[in-house]
Design a protein. Structure first.
Length: 342
């Protein structure tokens, strides 16, 4: 057999083993807690872009709800107000709204809480990553709204590599390493991971549109482990890619479907949760969430597409501060589910 045929056969065998391992992953038993969040009368969630918890167990939800406002008749038009950031206490009781009418809130993509309990919001429409301190005061901005960029703006390369700065094109997520370096998934308009130091100074970025190692169809979610390795959800290529702290490719976990949402647990034996999120135009397929070890070993899976409790409609966010207590934010079902894994 020719060498090329040997290579193709080996690749097919590996793909088959990986696909079978995914299909045969054991089912994890779980329950959905009813009425986990208590919203005030007349207040509702829209498409949930993000959900996260802090060290006290408070829950933060960044949701695509409210009424966008565009101000015209001035030197420049200004648009804001398309999303809201809500805080609930550990019992699910509503506490407050943070950043009401913020200039940076338009299209909720994600919310994360860092180890110091700072609250980070990623907005896909304003191209901004916004850091609030634990009291809800603005602490740092990364990115610029299009209306705040000089016209004409510096042209992009068109290949998704972006610019060597904090000018994003539809960012989706944010994460940090132990040194406080900031990693932004600039992953829908662009297809890259951008690294900044703890003070927000640009360090480097990597990735562009493509299917090769180190390239992305998109980067929907990002996580960083205790060793500083970076996990990037490349859902369009049906994989999660793993890089070292400086962007060198290490490995990829394949056959995970549309890896749209991820969460990495803490502790001595961390796990990675990855959602095979069903597309918004076909809510009746896929939808399961996988649990993996950090070497890519499949531990199990749970859930399916649907509209009932314990079913999922386009999961965009997972919080796993506790390995067996997850908060899952859904775009398709306009809700947050609190899950208890057994």
């Amino acid at each position: 057999m020719k060498p090329m045929m040997h290579a193709l056969l080996a690749a097919a065998m590996i793909a088959g083993v990986s696909a079978n391992a995914q299909q045969e992953a054991p089912e994890i038993r779980f329950d959905s807690v009813p009425n986990a969040l208590q919203l005030p009368a007349g207040l509702y969630l829209g498409e949930v872009g993000g959900v996260a918890t802090n060290s006290h167990g408070d829950i933060f939800v960044y949701t695509r709800t409210s009424h966008p406002t565009i101000t015209i008749g001035t030197a420049r038009p200004f648009a804001h107000g398309g999303s809201k950031l809500y805080q609930f206490d550990r019992t699910g009781k509503f506490v407050r709204e943070i950043g009401k009418d913020s200039y940076g809130f338009m299209f909720a993509s994600q919310v994360r809480v860092d180890p110091a309990d700072n609250i980070w919001v990623v907005d896909e429409m304003t191209n901004m990553v916004i850091k609030f301190d634990p009291q809800g005061r603005l602490a740092m901005l990364l990115g610029r709204k299009a209306e705040a960029v000089n016209v004409p703006a510096k042209p992009t390369t068109g290949d998704g590599a972006g610019q060597p700065t904090d000018l994003f094109d539809r960012p989706t997520d944010v994460a940090w390493d132990a040194a406080g370096n900031i990693f932004v998934a600039d992953g829908v308009g662009n297809a890259r991971v951008a690294k900044f130091d703890k003070d927000g100074k640009f360090v480097k970025s990597w990735g562009k549109k493509g299917t090769a190692n180190g390239e992305f169809a998109n980067v929907r979610s990002i996580a960083v482990d205790a060793q500083g390795n970076v996990y990037a959800a490349d859902g369009g290529n049906k994989r999660v890619q793993v890089f070292d702290n400086n962007g060198a490719f290490k490995t990829a976990f394949t056959n995970l479907g549309n890896a749209q949402a991820m969460c990495l647990t803490k502790g001595a034996n961390p796990f990675l949760y990855v959602s095979n999120s069903n597309p918004p135009n076909d809510i009746d397929r896929d939808g399961e969430i996988y649990k993996l070890r950090l070497d890519g070993t499949m531990v199990g899976k749970f859930g399916k597409a649907g509209k009932l409790p314990k079913e999922f409609g386009t999961v965009n966010a997972i919080d796993c501060a506790n390995e067996n207590t997850l908060y899952v934010g859904e775009v398709g079902n306009l809700r947050v589910q609190k899950l208890m894994l057994h």
